[in-house]
Ligand binder design. Structure first.
Ligand code: NAD
Length: 514
C-alpha cells in the first residue's frame, strides 16, 4: 500500500509521540510536563506553554506554567526537607544515597536520552553521553559528601580557632534548554552533597528530563521535597523563587541578558548568585600546528551540538599563512557531517532546538551576508525541522556583529591574524571570557597563550574537554563564580569560624573586637 506524504508524516509524528510517552512512562512520568514538589507531580495554574518537536515542527504537548503559588510551595518544601538532610543524617549516608542516584541514572540512560533527543532535538548519541556524565556527577560528589571539612587556624591569640563548612540552606537553580539534564545534574549534585535543599527551574522549553532525574533520585532514596522542580516561566515562578525568603543563593545557567536580570533581582534581596552565561570563544590556530588535527578540533568546537554550546569555538582565528587551506579543509569536513533525525543513531547534528533560536541563528547569518561576508555553507536542504547547516563566515573582521555577539548555532566566523600579539588582542576583544583554545607545536607559545587569553577554560591542542572534577566558569558577560570540582563545594557552602578560649581566665576586654 502506498502512503501519501501527509499520511507518512502523521504516522512518523505518532511514532515519535509514542516513543516520547513510553520513555516518560519508563521514568515514572505522565505524558505532559508537571512540576515535582515534595515528591508529588503537580500542575501549575499559569499560562499555557507549548512544547514543539524541533525535528518535525509539530506540537508535542501543552502544559500550564507552574506560576507563583507552586514556586512558593516548592521553596517552603525545600526548606523543611533541608533540615532533615543536613542535620538528621550522616554525611556518609548522604553520599550513599547519591551513589544510588548515580546507578539509577545509568540504569535509565535509554528513556532519558530518548526524551532529551525528541524535546531538545539533540542527537541521541550525544544525549547518552550527557546522561552518563550526569551519573558521573552524582558519583563524584557522593565521594565528597563526607570529606568536606574545615580547618584549624593557628591564630596568634592562642584560641583554638576552627572552621566548619556549612550548607547555605535552599538554593534556587535556573537552567537553559541547550543541555537540560546535563546542567541540572551539574548543579543539583554539588548542592545536595554539601547539605543544601534545592528548587530548580529548567527551561520551560525542555523541562522533562530534569523532573525525570529528580523522580529517579527520589525512587533511589533521596528524601522527598529535598529537590523540587518547577516547570514554568522565568518571570512568574522563576522570579517568585528568587525572592522567596528561604532561598539563600541563586545559581543561573543561561544568557547574559537573563543573567543580568536574575542577578539584579537576587542582589536587591542581598542574595548572592553564580552566573554561568554565554561566550564568544576564540579557537586559535598557528601555522606550526598539525592542521588536520586543528581542523577536526575546529569542527567539533563549533558544529557539535549544532553550535548550541556555551563554549562553542565560534571565532576561528587562523594564522594568515594557513587561513585559505584551513578554510578549504573545514569546508570539506563540514560537507561530510550527517544532519538528521535526532533519534537516528547516525545523526551527528540535529536541528536547532526551538523556533526562537532558529530565527536568531538564521537572522545572524543574514546579517553577516548583508555585512559582506563570504558565507560558506552546505546546499543540502532538510525537508522539515529547524535545521541550520554548518556555516563558515569568511571575510569579516573581529568587529563584525557575528564576531562579537553569541550566535549559538553551527556558525563560525573565521578571521586571519599576523602574529601572536595580534592573536591575543583579537581573542580578548569581546565582552566575554568563557573559553578558548590554541593549536600549536610550540610548547612555550601554548603556555603564553594560555596565560594571555581571557578565559575560565583554555585548551591546548584540544577543544571542549571538560570534567566534573575541574572548575568551570567565566568572567565579564560570561558570568561569575565557578561550577564543578571543589570550587562548586565552596560555592554551595559558607565557612563558620569557631573560637574557643582555653585560657584559665576569660580574655575578654573592651576593644578586643572592633
Ligand atoms: P535564557 O537566558 O533565555 O534562559 C535560561 C533560563 O532562564 C530558562 O530556564 C528561562 O526560563 C529562565 N528565565 C528567563 N527569564 C527569567 C527571569 N526573569 N527570572 C528567572 N529565570 C528566567 O537562556 P537559554 O536561551 O535557555 O540558553 C542559552 C544560553 O545559555 C546561551 O547564552 C548559552 O551560552 C548559555 N549557557 C551557558 C552555559 C554555561 O555553563 N556558561 C551552559 C549552557 C548554556
Amino acid at each position: 500500500m502506498q502512503l501519501s506524504g501527509i499520511t507518512r508524516k502523521a504516522r512518523r509524528m505518532d511514532d515519535r509521540k509514542k516513543a516520547l510517552h513510553e520513555a516518560m512512562a519508563a521514568v515514572g512520568l505522565g505524558a505532559v510536563p508537571q512540576s515535582l514538589i515534595n515528591g508529588a507531580l503537580c500542575d501549575g495554574a499559569g499560562a499555557e506553554i507549548t512544547l514543539t518537536d524541533p525535528f518535525t515542527e509539530e506540537v508535542l504537548c501543552t502544559y500550564p506554567d507552574a506560576d507563583v503559588d507552586l514556586a512558593l510551595h516548592a521553596c517552603a518544601t525545600a526548606q523543611t526537607a533541608q533540615q532533615g538532610w543536613a542535620k538528621g543524617m550522616s554525611a556518609a549516608a548522604r553520599g550513599q544515597i547519591m551513589q544510588d542516584i548515580s546507578r539509577a541514572v545509568l540504569a535509565h540512560i535509554a528513556p532519558l536520552s530518548t526524551i532529551e533527543a525528541i524535546i531538545a532535538g539533540k542527537p541521541i548519541r550525544d544525549c547518552r553521553v550527557e546522561v552518563a556524565k550526569v551519573a558521573e556527577m552524582f558519583a563524584y560528589y557522593a565521594g565528597w559528601a563526607d570529606k568536606l571539612h574545615g580547618e584549624v587556624i593557628p591564630v596568634p591569640s592562642g584560641h583554638l580557632n576552627y572552621t566548619i563548612r556549612e550548607p547555605l540552606g535552599v538554593v534556587f537553580q535556573i537552567t537553559p534548554w541547550n543541555a537540560p539534564i546535563f546542567t541540572g545534574g551539574w548543579q543539583i549534585a554539588p548542592a545536595i552533597a554539601t547539605g543544601n535543599g534545592v528548587v530548580i527551574k529548567p527551561s520551560e522549553l525542555t523541562p522533562v528530563t530534569t523532573v525525570a532525574l529528580v523522580k529517579l533520585a527520589e525512587d533511589a532514596g533521596l528524601p522527598r521535597g529535598l529537590v523540587n522542580v518547577l516547570c514554568g516561566l522565568g518571570p512568574t515562578c522563576g522570579e517568585a523563587a528568587i525572592k522567596h525568603a528561604a532561598v539563600r543563593k541563586v545559581v543561573f545557567v543561561g544568557s547574559p541578558e537573563t543573567g543580568r536580570r536574575v542577578a539584579t533581582t537576587a542582589s536587591a534581596a542581598l542574595k548572592p548568585s553564580v552566573l554561568e552565561l554565554g561566550g564568544k570563544s576564540a579557537n586559535i590556530v598557528f601555522d606550526d600546528a598539525n592542521i588536520e588535527h586543528a581542523c577536526l578540533g575546529a569542527q567539533a568546537a563549533i558544529f557539535s551540538g549544532a553550535g548550541q554550546s556555551c563554549v562553542a569555538g565560534s571565532r576561528l582565528l587562523v594564522h594568515k599563512s594557513i587561513h585559505a587551506p584551513l578554510i578549504e579543509m573545514l569546508e570539506r569536513g563540514m560537507n561530510s557531517i550527517k544532519l538528521g533525525d535526532p533519534l537516528d543513531e547516525a545523526t551527528e547534528i540535529g536541528p536547532i532546538s526551538n523556533a526562537r533560536q532558529y530565527a536568531h541563528v538564521t537572522g545572524m547569518i543574514a546579517a553577516a551576508r548583508d555585512a559582506g561576508a563570504d558565507v560558506l555553507s552546505r546546499s543540502d536542504h532538510q525537508e522539515q525541522g529547524y535545521f541550520v547547516a554548518p556555516t563558515v563566515l569568511n571575510g569579516l573582521s573581529n568587529t563584525a556583529k557575528t564576531a562579537q555577539e553569541e550566535i549559538f548555532g553551527p556558525v563560525v566566523t573565521a578571521i586571519p591574524f599576523e602574529d601572536e600579539e595580534e592573536a591575543i588582542a583579537l581573542a580578548n576583544d569581546t565582552a566575554f571570557g568563557l573559553a578558548g583554545a590554541v593549536w600549536t607545536a610550540d610548547v612555550g607559545r601554548a603556555h603564553r597563550m594560555a596565560d594571555a587569553v581571557r578565559a575560565g577554560t583554555f585548551w591546548i591542542n584540544s577543544y571542549k574537554a571538560i570534567h566534573v572534577s575541574s572548575p568551570f566558569g567565566g568572567s565579564l558577560n560570561s558570568g561569575f563564580g565557578r561550577s564543578s570540582g571543589t570550587d562548586a563545594l565552596m560555592e554551595y557552602t559558607s565557612a563558620k569560624s569557631v573560637w574557643l578560649d582555653s585560657a584559665p581566665k576569660p580574655r575578654i576586654a573592651f576593644g578586643y573586637v572592633s
